[in-house]
Design a protein. Structure first.
Length: 117
């Protein structure tokens, strides 16, 4: 199993920045990719960004391209989400996800991000 724990959420004004962190532990050698998702009140969980563990390929949902950056530190088993130019519509619980080589997914508890207008 892989365990992931998020940190770094908080309250920020529109236009501000936050950096989320996700720490992975357990069978980290089996990780294929890690991703960030988010859940806003009354909305379905949605994909935000992901990064492959071996070759650093990144993917983003259109609404965050140019504002958010996902990165990883394999030596520390960490993944980060740098969020700039935040908007009120970015308000959500942000969840870290790890996918292993056989397609199993592991989720953290989430961290709240609130962007005030």
């Amino acid at each position: 199993q892989v365990h992931v724990v998020e940190s770094g959420g908080g309250l920020v004004q529109a236009g501000g920045s936050l950096r989320l962190s996700c720490a992975a532990s357990g069978r980290t050698f089996s990780i294929y990719s890690m991703a960030w998702f988010r859940e806003a009140p009354g909305k379905d969980r949605e994909f935000v960004a992901d990064i492959t563990w071996s070759d650093n390929n990144t993917y983003y949902r259109d609404s965050v391209k140019g504002r958010f950056t996902i990165s990883r530190d394999n030596a520390k088993n960490m993944v980060y989400l740098q969020m700039n130019s935040l908007k009120p519509e970015d308000t959500a619980v942000y969840l870290c996800n790890a996918e292993d080589q056989i397609g199993e997914h592991y989720w953290g508890q989430g961290t709240q991000v609130t962007v005030s207008s």
